[in-house]
Design a protein around this ligand. Sequence first.
Ligand SMILES: [Zn+2]
Length: 133
Amino acid sequence: MPYQSGEVPVVGDHARHITGKPGKVTAVALNQGNLRNEDQVRVQWDDGSTGVGLAPASEFIFVSKPSPSEIADFLSHCPVCKEPKHVSHDRDFLKVALENNEEIRACSICGHSWIVQDHEKDNLRKALKEGIV
Ligand SMILES: [Zn+2]
């Protein structure tokens, strides 16, 4: 299921939880919930907290698309397709995650989701620093 408002979730979307709390989507897993056809999202709340893990997108209402400056596009090797795929991530989230060497989950339009590998993270750090992505 997409957002409660019907849109398919995309990383960087601004969304509001059904409780009214606003946030920004930092990860998306399409059709990968415990329930069949459940889309899930991870959200960083606008108040700076990151309490939730992946939660059903149906608990969220779409607010607005991210501006292009908020999004970083890069290539990451999809272990299922066995080729590099375009991945979009929220730029601020990416910077913080790389700084702290946190796990970065890639979600691609091929529908797969995987963990970005260390050497890819090194390349990303460099690319972000040089302003390429
Ligand atoms: Zn794939």
